[in-house]
Design a protein around this ligand. Structure first.
Ligand SMILES: *Cc1c(COP(=O)(O)O)cnc(C)c1O
Length: 353
């Protein structure tokens, strides 16, 4: 036997999320709300009547109707996925051919690059401006050179927390010929969505997740929104039973709770505003927090050359945040969690890093 891993995968290591228990976890942009008791009862009832011996509905029709209803869409534009992560994988694998360009930004969700690599695309990393905003004209100039492949980006952006206005995104999609995959994982926290107009584009797939604003990261559920031609292709290439019956049942029940979900989104936004304000105040006192970016998401992004040191010191105090090279990303938590974070971060900065 002389089997060896191929060059695509030989160097890969399994994804390692933060392990261990922390007093406060603000590292993964999850909602700080779980489902309320009354809703848990409905969820329990829905799970009880699942035909566990049968395969799930391959098109998750009822679930898609509930999601479509929440946004006022037509369900014919929807494909459900086992998290939007699965959808990114399927899209990159199926909608590009080997060697075709896969454009993504230097500062963006790391999965775009990762799946692009697995699909053996030609990865093209586009720069952002120094202030982490996107220069749409520059992007168009770069991407227009090709008719194939795709451009993937998140708007609002994870990790920068910044957003590109609707009109700019429209201009970008209309100016290029390749597929645009617009990940609106955090758009529930802002008001610049293109979800109502996907039908108008022949080159757009918009992605949504139930993991952030809807507080259901645990059930793995995401959606792709696209015109019927693209949707038909997506449904054809996905694995038939990609969304399990339990997730379909729970997602359907929860997505019908429009009022609850909307009011929680407002509370998450309120929490982020509060956290942002507190962090700006800390940055005023401690210039090592160089920039607190104006967030349109449920997290705050901070530029600091001491990101590693601060993150490690917070970890010592049992507070988890996400550390990038030169930046910190802090999820907005409950009032109490934000309070502990601000208190501990203040302590770390006072001691000096
Ligand atoms: C969290 C996140 C997702 C989520 O993915 P799921 O697989 O649905 O949990 C997708 N895109 C971005 C930019 C994210 O930050």
């Amino acid at each position: 036997m002389s089997y060896s891993l191929n060059r695509k995968i030989a160097g890969l290591t399994p994804y390692e999320p933060l392990s261990g228990t922390y007093r406060v976890r603000l590292d993964a942009n999850e909602s700080f709300y779980t489902l309320p008791e009354t809703l848990l009862e409905k969820v329990g009832k829905a799970v009880k009547v699942i035909s566990f011996n049968r395969y799930p509905d391959p098109y998750a029709a009822e679930l898609c109707r509930a999601f479509a209803n929440f946004y006022g869409l037509s369900p014919e534009f929807l494909t459900a996925g086992n998290g939007s992560d699965e959808l990114i994988n399927i899209i990159v694998t199926a909608f590009s051919l080997k060697g075709e360009p896969c454009y993504s930004f230097a500062e963006d969700f790391s999965m775009y690059r990762f799946y692009g690599e697995l699909a053996e695309c030609e990865r093209v990393i586009l720069p952002k401006r120094d202030d982490l905003t996107i220069d749409v004209d520059e992007v168009i100039r770069r991407v227009i050179q090709t008719d194939t492949g795709m451009l993937l980006f998140s708007n609002p952006c994870n990790p920068t927390s910044l957003g590109l206005k609707r009109e700019e995104v429209r201009r970008l999609i209309r100016s290029v010929n390749c597929l645009v995959v617009l990940d609106e994982a955090y758009m529930d926290f802002w008001d610049q969505s293109l979800i109502d107009e996907v039908e108008e584009y022949d080159n757009l797939i918009l992605l949504k997740t139930c993991s952030k604003a809807f507080g259901m990261a645990g059930i793995r559920l995401g959606f792709a929104v696209a015109n019927p031609l693209i949707t038909n292709a997506l449904r054809a290439v996905k694995s038939p039973y990609n969304v399990n019956s339990v997730t379909q049942a729970i997602g359907t029940v929860v997505l019908r709770e429009k009022e609850l979900l909307k009011s929680r989104i407002n509370e998450l936004i309120g929490s982020r505003k509060e956290l942002e304000k507190e962090l700006l105040a800390l940055a005023g006192r401690y210039p090592v927090l160089r920039t607190v970016y104006p967030s349109v998401t449920n997290f705050v992004f901070i530029k600091t050359e001491k990101a590693r040191e601060i993150s490690a010191a917070l970890e010592q105090r049992s507070v988890a945040v996400r550390c990038f090279d030169g930046y910190l990303r802090i999820t907005a938590g409950s009032q109490e969690e934000n309070c502990i974070l601000v208190h501990e971060l203040g302590g770390v900065l006072k001691e000096g890093v």
